[in-house]
Design a protein around this ligand. Sequence first.
Ligand SMILES: [Fe+2]
Length: 340
Amino acid sequence: MTKLSDQYDPGPQISHAGAINLGTKDIEKSLWFFRDILGMEEVERDGDIAYLRAYQELRHHSLVLTQQDETAVNSYSFRTKRPEDVELFYKELQRQEIETLEIPSGTERGRGTAIRFQLPGGDHPFELYFDMDKTEAPDELQSRLPSNSSRRRGLGVRRLDHFNVQTSPSTINQAEAWVRETLGFKRREFAYLPDHPETLMASWTSVTPQMHDLAIVANAQEKSGQLHHVAYNLENLSDALTAADILRDLDVSFGVGPGKHGIGQAMYLYVHDPGSDHRVELYAGGYLIFDEDWEAIEWKPVDFPEGLTWYGDPIDVTPGSRGRDTTNSAGLSHPYLNGK
Ligand SMILES: [Fe+2]
């Protein structure tokens, strides 16, 4: 019998943020951080590349660590909703004359064919894929809970949560509109630049009920390809406090937190992977969105500091804070707007 859902074609859609490939100058130190401290499983090692996942991720990986001279992000990967969506997005990118590469199955271990392109309006390498192996953990790591891929360990990160990327103020509107119009992300919360009320300062977008799967923020130095952070999700608000306590003793630096965002209403702790220096947010809580007709929430400049830090360790909004001058030509003076 034909299902109702077979009677229409919604077109290609993104399911969720799937994985990030981080370049690191010291893969052993990065593995110590992500595997031994955060508690992720090293699923596979292929020379200078390691594949990891968190304990509630059943698929092969959400994090790829690549030993290399640069601390760049090699890719942001998003899973599509259906197998045919990869090809359909490829056709759409061709129609828009966006240069797109096909990444053969297995190039990233455990993953099927993907397509790769640069985000219009930003220097961010995006990849779309559907197939990724479901992988069994070795016996010694297995959980009795079938919804866990392994036992909870370390600081207990349970899944990839979101990406926060930066692009320049001159192209952020283009980038944000593109992910909404082509990839189907919905704008959930946003703010305009104080002195440029038609230019986005930040937009939090999602394809899932999460408040954001992808945040796009204007970079104060006009850089268009900066990762601000990748976030991993913790089960409990108190896990962020525990993480702070443990990381302090291990001498792992954290910049801001623990605290709570007004925007998204989640607990945060921003730490740095000591191998790569990439910023990682440990993220817990937050609200979910179920209304299809959700109206995006605008944060006015006067309220924005409260949006970033509702309580806890405040993010300093004064120029030159935290030992560096963060003011740029657009009059921005916020550490949140600075990439690595
Ligand atoms: Fe975040």
